[in-house]
Design a protein around this ligand. Structure first.
Ligand code: ARG
Length: 590
């Protein structure tokens, strides 16, 4: 059967399908072998290679009389490959690697089809329908810090990539809105406003200062401490006055971090720790019935193999904690929300916590023991944000970073740069503002996302706002330049999409075309491994491939103008989708 379809999964998946057919014919006795397809290390040999021959040889060696070594197996895989429009030619290298040169006509046709059908047609297919992304999740009354900013940026991108892949994503803000600190906060609120009137935001002022002041009272005055502890009990018992004070404190805090989300264009649904509180007894009961929970030094705990310290699920004083809440939330997400993939985005410092409670959930049979089975829980850990001095990031003025100020600073620096380039004369004030926002916030996001998330990263305005190198500024400008090439050609690109054809004659055109076509598999890899930096790297390389093409191939006024304009448009479309997935707003002119 000829496999001429240009739709149906990423380029890599389509090739894998072809090789799968060949493997079935070549080694019918080894049905469980999956095709091993990878891009060629050296483009001299081809575009992709099939690496199955060696592995198959070690399986059939001694059993098969048909093959005398890995190379003949490779030969047979090549011979049995079904005819396809995709493939231009194949060759064998070394011990049976099958190299594939893709057909440039097929690459061109696939890109043209995307231009007509839209880039949604390139969405990868993932094995899950619904996922929870638990991200951002600041703690009430404490200032949201750069760690939460990282979580917000990384989590939003992961959610966007999954959404693009047609996964329904429940974006959850697991805010720390419960716990003993509320006793102290409420008591302090009552002390400052004894008449019981609800304090205005101004009266509470900066919540962080409020938190510190109440903590100081708590630590220095035993009578206050006792009242605070009683307040926790009253709150948990649902006493009206205490509930109200709690809700009020939460609301002020919420208004603070909403400002950050609004700037970043991030949407989340808040289901804080308090939401899961009623589910804790039931969840623990289930675990208890399975004999997972034991008594230890007055607390109730789950022992985890290989860990010295058990997971505490009920404290000595009978109270619940972070772990009990997370167990209840996991139960809720699996059973009530029917999520198949639950993704937690926090700093790597919490790795142990997640490892332990995932293990407990596996032992309880809530999650399968096998790594690659669903439902699955994944911890997406990230490193610290460092200042240019190499220490934990802090701004000069305050101890912790005021995120809103930080984002505003990025924006105003961008605006100043635009004004310096004379844009204030060319553009309206609104255009200036919008561009400064897109570039400024985009720069903060991209600087974070481009690193492998597990490493620490250094926050530097100078670096992230540089218009050269691997920065959002450079990439956004590159996109705007492509748009201006198309605009200046004076051609109607929508019309060209319908009537024109792409032909990838020049080697730099072919390289760019192939790179465009690899978009789907890159998003798939970034999703599967939860690594946004994979997408950033793709985007940066795309813009480099484009630059090479544009330097060596004349576009406007050339004989190949139509084809090349379409290639420009396809590059712009893919770049915009990358920006979208990274939560960056594209700009169209500079
Ligand atoms: N509030 C926590 C913190 O600031 C993060 C919560 C992460 N989510 C979770 N389900 N544990 O560290």
């Amino acid at each position: 059967m000829a496999n001429d379809e240009v739709t149906g999964g990423s380029l890599k998946q389509q090739l894998a399908k072809l090789f799968e057919e060949s493997l079935r014919i070549t080694v019918p006795e080894e049905l469980d072998v999956d095709p091993a397809i990878a891009p060629c290390q050296n483009p001299k040999f081809g575009d992709y290679q099939c690496n199955n021959a060696m592995g198959l040889w070690s399986k059939v060696k001694g059993k098969s009389t048909q093959f005398k070594g890995p190379q003949p197996i490779g030969q047979a895989i090549m011979k049995n490959l079904p005819a396809s429009e995709m493939v231009d030619s194949c060759s064998i290298a070394g011990p049976g690697f099958v190299n594939v040169v893709l057909s440039r006509q097929w690459i061109a046709k696939s890109i043209q089809k995307m231009l007509v059908d839209g880039i949604e047609a390139w969405a990868p297919k993932l094995p899950v329908k619904r996922a929870v992304v638990d991200f951002s999740s600041p703690n009430i009354a404490k200032e949201m810090h750069v760690g939460h900013l990282r979580s917000t940026i990384i989590g939003d991108t992961l959610a966007r990539m999954l959404e693009y892949s047609n996964v329904e994503v429940l974006r959850r803000n697991h805010v720390g809105d419960w716990g003993t600190q509320f006793g102290m906060l409420i008591e302090y609120l009552f002390e400052k406003f004894p008449s019981g009137e609800v304090a205005s935001d101004q009266a509470i002022g900066d919540l962080e200062t409020f938190y510190k002041a109440s903590k100081q009272r708590f630590d220095s005055d035993p009578a206050f401490k006792e009242r605070a502890q009683r307040a926790v009990v009253s709150l948990q018992a649902g006493e009206e006055k205490y509930r109200k004070a709690w809700a009020h404190i939460c609301e002020i805090s919420r208004r603070g971090y909403e400002k950050v989300y609004q700037r970043l264009g991030v949407h989340l649904e808040e289901k804080g720790e308090s939401f899961y509180n009623p589910y804790i007894p039931g969840a623990l009961e289930l675990l208890s019935k399975q004999g997972l929970i034991e008594e230890s030094e007055g607390a109730r705990v789950i022992f985890i193999e290989g860990k010295n310290i058990p997971l505490i699920v009920v404290k000595k004083d009978g109270g619940y904690n972070y772990a009990s809440t997370d167990l209840a939330a996991l139960w809720y997400r699996l059973n009530e929300e029917k999520a198949e993939w639950i993704i937690y985005v926090t700093d790597v410092g919490q790795r142990e916590h997640f490892e332990m409670f995932f293990t407990a959930a596996k032992r309880a049979g809530w999650l399968p023991a096998e790594e690659n089975k669903y439902p699955k829980a994944s911890h997406v850990g990230f490193g610290l944000v460092l200042g240019e001095d190499g220490k934990r990031f802090r701004t000069r003025s305050t101890e912790t970073v005021k995120l809103v100020d930080l984002l505003d600073e990025a924006k105003s620096k961008c605006k100043a740069a635009l004004i310096e380039r004379g844009k204030a004369k060319e553009w309206t004030e609104e255009e200036l503002e919008k561009t400064a926002e897109a570039v400024g916030y985009g720069a903060v996001k991209y600087a974070d996302l481009k690193n492998n998330r597990t490493t620490n990263y250094t926050f530097s305005f100078d670096q992230m706002l540089n218009d050269k190198g691997n920065t959002a500024v450079y990439l956004l400008y590159a996109h705007a330049r492509i748009c201006s090439i198309i605009r200046k050609s004076g051609k109607d690109i929508e019309e060209l999409k319908k009537t024109g054809t792409i032909d990838l004659v020049h080697p730099d055109e072919r390289t760019l075309g192939l790179h465009l076509l690899q978009f789907a598999e890159v998003v798939e890899e970034a999703c599967t491994n939860l690594l946004p930096n994979v997408l950033c790297e793709y985007l940066y390389n795309l813009s480099e491939d484009f630059t090479r093409f544009y330097t060596n191939c004349q576009v406007v006024g050339s004989a190949e103008e139509t084809s090349r304009l379409l290639l420009c448009e396809a590059t712009a479309v893919v770049m915009r989708k990358c920006f979208h997935l990274l939560g960056i707003t594209p700009v169209y002119k500079i």
